[in-house]
Design a protein around this ligand. Structure first.
Ligand code: FES
Ligand code: FES
Length: 160
């Protein structure tokens, strides 16, 4: 039996992408394999590790648990959207300065969740507890990531 396909048209990082895909295509696979945005990583494929996190309508979503067709007419943001050319976002700078990554596998997902938390103006405690609670990092022991969160949140406080 042939697989059901459908034409989907997604807006990702401000650009529109249209493709004919099997209806069962996961959003993470669409991003990585159909349109070449390989910054979104895939680890557990069951919603646990957080590596595949992207923003949909500004909210963090596990892209391994969502079909690409479900993201139609929604705004999708991936890690590729964070830097403006060579200029890193605030949370990217903080992660670099505080050595918040080693192998980098978990990093795109963490950056996307922290970007949403940054925009939502949650407290630093919420960012450390709630955001990091949803991500698995096998390398850093989380200390550098927590230091990056504290740096970013204190920079935001200084800007007020
Ligand atoms: S790959 Fe999606 S949560 Fe792990
Ligand atoms: S930096 Fe390697 S898994 Fe987090």
């Amino acid at each position: 039996m042939s697989e059901d396909t459908r034409t989907v048209s997604l807006k990702v990082n401000g650009a529109r992408y249209t493709a004919q895909i099997p209806v069962r295509t996961l959003l993470c696979d669409f991003l990585r394999h159909q349109i070449g945005l390989t910054g979104t990583h895939v680890g557990c494929e069951q919603g646990v590790c957080g590596a595949c996190t992207v923003l949909i309508g500004g909210e963090p979503v596990r892209s391994c648990l969502m079909l690409a067709v479900q993201a139609e007419r929604r705004l999708v943001e991936t890690v590729e959207s964070l830097a403006a050319g060579d200029e890193l976002s605030g949370i990217q700078c903080a992660m670099r300065e505080q050595h918040g990554l080693q192998c980098g596998f978990c990093t795109p997902g963490i950056l996307m969740s922290l970007t949403a938390a940054d925009r939502a103006d949650v407290t630093v405690e919420q960012a450390e507890r709630d955001v990091l609670g949803g991500h698995v990092c096998r390398c850093t022991g989380y200390e550098g990531i927590r230091a990056a969160i504290r740096q970013r949140w204190s920079e935001k406080a200084a800007e007020l």
